[in-house]
Design a protein around this ligand. Structure first.
Ligand code: DAK
Length: 261
């Protein structure tokens, strides 16, 4: 039987999805995107999983982009629209996931690889990682949500430089742009990512879910509406058992145990 293109594993409260097409540097074809969606759904439904990590098999590539051979083999608008619909749906599912998402980036993160990491919450890169949006060199532009996410996440002139020229940048440059959270030694990538994931997993999953929704909804609202939304959401948070547990633990000088209620 062929190896699955997405490997799903769990370690305590951390679920991991590994893109597993090393022969194509983990490039994303339609079947892989659909498998990613299925496995993400499984981790979302698993109440023991509090944080989700995305990574690529091997250390040569996180994801070398959309699968150029798959894209090139397609003909006609209906096929192109199908690809666009699926990749947009899956990346939006990642972006709106109720559980915090982390990305462990080793090696190449090009095109769709950089576009996927833009949809995750926290990104850790190995020091040899290279990011970039080379679509323009193929006569395309980042069309998996990347053009819109990038321009909102870094300064517009830097976003445009990356998209207009298509150069690859180092992990250190990506860090300086604010595209990623931190750079670590290649050998320590998974260890450091897991350590961060575990720290987040200790927090209340319910409060993290409400925080993520507050941030996602608020980002598309004018400030007065976003503040009103936040005000309503903090009301809900204050009414949770986890908020009472967190405050009680502080007063009793002990560590809190958050149950997501
Ligand atoms: N797709 C398919 N196969 C790929 C691939 C890709 N993106 N990247 C690498 N491979 C394959 C290579 O063809 C090669 O296969 P074999 O020849 O061994 O069969 C194998 O992986 C190893 O690659 P290389 O031999 O090239 O390895 P090197 O170390 O020499 O170079 C590299 C590594 C990452 C610099 C190079 O492979 C490279 O430049 N790859 C292409 C990177 C790229 O341009 N990526 C962006 C793709 S465009 C859309 C939405 C989004 C998108 C498209 C449509 N719609 C909404 C419709 C997204 C598009 C993209 O991501």
């Amino acid at each position: 039987m062929p190896e699955p293109t997405i490997l799903r594993s769990t370690k305590g409260p951390v679920g991991t999805l590994t893109i597993n097409r090393p022969q194509a540097l983990n490039a994303l074809d339609i079947d892989t995107l659909l498998a990613l969606e299925r496995e993400l759904t499984a981790l979302e439904a698993d109440a023991s999983v509090r944080v989700i990590v995305f990574t690529g098999a091997g250390d040569k590539a996180f994801i070398a982009g959309g699968d150029i051979a798959d894209l090139n083999s397609r003909q006609g608008l209906a096929h192109y629209l199908e690809f666009a619909e699926i990749v947009h749906r899956v990346f939006r599912r990642i972006e709106l996931c109720d559980k915090p998402t982390l990305c462990a980036i080793s090696g190449w993160a090009l095109g769709g690889g950089t576009e996927l990491l833009l949809a995750t919450d926290i990104r850790i890169a190995a020091d040899h990682a290279r990011l970039g949006l080379p679509e323009i060199t193929l006569g395309l532009f980042p069309g998996a949500g990347g053009s819109q996410r990038l321009i909102r996440q870094v300064s517009p002139c830097k976003a445009k430089e990356l998209m207009f020229i298509g150069d690859r940048i180092t992990a250190a440059e990506a860090l300086q742009l604010g595209l990623i959270n931190r750079v670590v030694e290649k050998e320590r990538l998974l260890e450091e990512t897991m350590a961060l994931a575990e720290r987040i997993a200790e927090k209340s999953p319910l409060v993290l879910k409400l925080l993520k929704r507050t941030l996602a909804n608020g980002a598309d609202m004018p400030l007065p509406a976003a503040l009103a939304h936040e005000q309503a959401m903090i009301g809900l948070v204050l009414d949770t058992r986890d908020a009472h547990e967190g405050c009680a633990a502080f007063l009793e000088k002990r560590q809190p145990t958050f149950e997501g209620r």
